[in-house]
Design a protein around this ligand. Structure first.
Ligand code: 2RA
Length: 331
């Protein structure tokens, strides 16, 4: 399969290349794509160097599949150009996620809705993916009424500039600021930009994408997204109220049995999810599961996952694998 990776030099693009290699994705020809300033440079895939090409040249090459992680504006302009000629686009930006004609897919949850007509498929936001992975089996069993989520997000979600800012703050050197304030020894209640309603775009993504993926706009969601000086993954404290009561042991069984979720829940043995252990893995880790005694039919849990992997690159590649498996696209 001829595969383009658009945004191949970015943090997610680089992880996409390593995931494609790790999962031995059936690539006959790899086309790394990046901005004009990177054209002619190379990226490494399976110990070989591949020369970066422009978006124009990538479209002309007519790939079967294009994995995008290059920002919303690039996706809005270029995804249709690829799709018009038959390329299937899986886009990691927010550009198409809330488009009513585009599917927003977490394979373990809703890949079955994909059809050969879907030419632009949206990859959800990282903080949404890990949350709905844990909530889907519980929604099916107990019907979610309301979600209150607080996130503690890795600086890798911002990109390499944020990682360099933290490194500089730790080393006492200078670096371009990715944030309005130092991130070392700090917690920023500011992920993405603020909207007029006082919420950030990141918080509103958690609300709107969750309702679309679980296909239930009656689910009430409210979110607070925090950036913390961590690199291994995003963590989330989730309080979820259900229509029906639940049994804690059944909740844990449902989570344990859900593909892609790993239960880490034995506080007496100091066993609970943490970014330092989630980093580099594809699973969504769930722990600190306990009944909220302040409200009926309500549960607290702690969810951690590597935001660059299942939160972005792995989920996108899993969508592509699903398309091949269902013969939607020739491998
Ligand atoms: C973030 N979820 O963490 C956003 C985009 N990756 O900044």
């Amino acid at each position: 399969m001829k595969v383009a990776v658009v945004g191949a030099t970015g943090m997610v693009g680089q992880v996409m290349l390593s995931i494609l290699e790790e999962r031995n994705f059936p690539i006959s020809e790899l086309i790394p794509v990046a901005s004009e300033k990177s054209v002619g440079k190379t990226v490494t895939y399976k110990q070989k160097e591949y020369t970066i090409v422009s978006l124009q040249d990538a479209v002309a090459a007519q790939p079967d599949l294009a994995l995008f992680s290059a920002g919303g504006n690039t996706s809005l302009e270029w995804a249709p150009k690829f799709a018009e000629q038959g390329t299937i686009v899986i886009d990691n930006s927010s550009a198409w996620r809330m488009d009513p004609d585009k599917k927003l897919v977490v394979p373990e949850i809703n890949a079955a809705q994909l059809t050969p007509e879907d030419r632009i498929i949206a990859n959800p936001n990282c903080s949404t993916i890990q949350m709905v992975m844990a909530l889907k089996p519980l929604h099916d069993a107990y019907s979610i009424k309301r979600i209150v989520v607080s996130t503690y997000q890795s600086i890798t979600g911002t990109g390499v500039k944020a990682v360099r800012q933290l490194e500089a703050e730790l080393n006492g050197t200078k670096a371009e600021m990715a944030y309005p304030y130092p991130i070392h020894r700090n917690a920023l209640p500011h992920c993405d930009v603020f909207e007029e309603n006082g919420y950030t775009k990141e918080e509103l993504k958690l609300v709107r994408e969750t309702q679309k993926i679980l296909d239930d706009r009656s689910i009430a969601v409210t979110a607070t997204a925090i950036r913390i000086p961590v690199v291994g993954g995003h963590s989330e404290s989730v309080n979820v109220a259900f229509e029906k009561d639940f049994d804690l042991s059944e909740v844990k069984r449902l989570l344990h049995e859900f593909p892609g979720v790993t239960l880490q829940d034995n506080p007496e043995m100091n066993t609970y999810p943490m970014p330092i252990y989630a980093e580099g893995k594809d699973d969504v880790f769930v722990g600190r599961i306990r009944r909220d005694h302040s409200q009926a039919n309500t549960l607290n849990m702690w969810i951690v996952s590597d935001n660059l992997r299942k939160g972005a690159a792995t989920n996108a590649v899993q969508i592509a694998e699903y398309l091949i498996e269902k013969m939607v696209v020739r491998s």
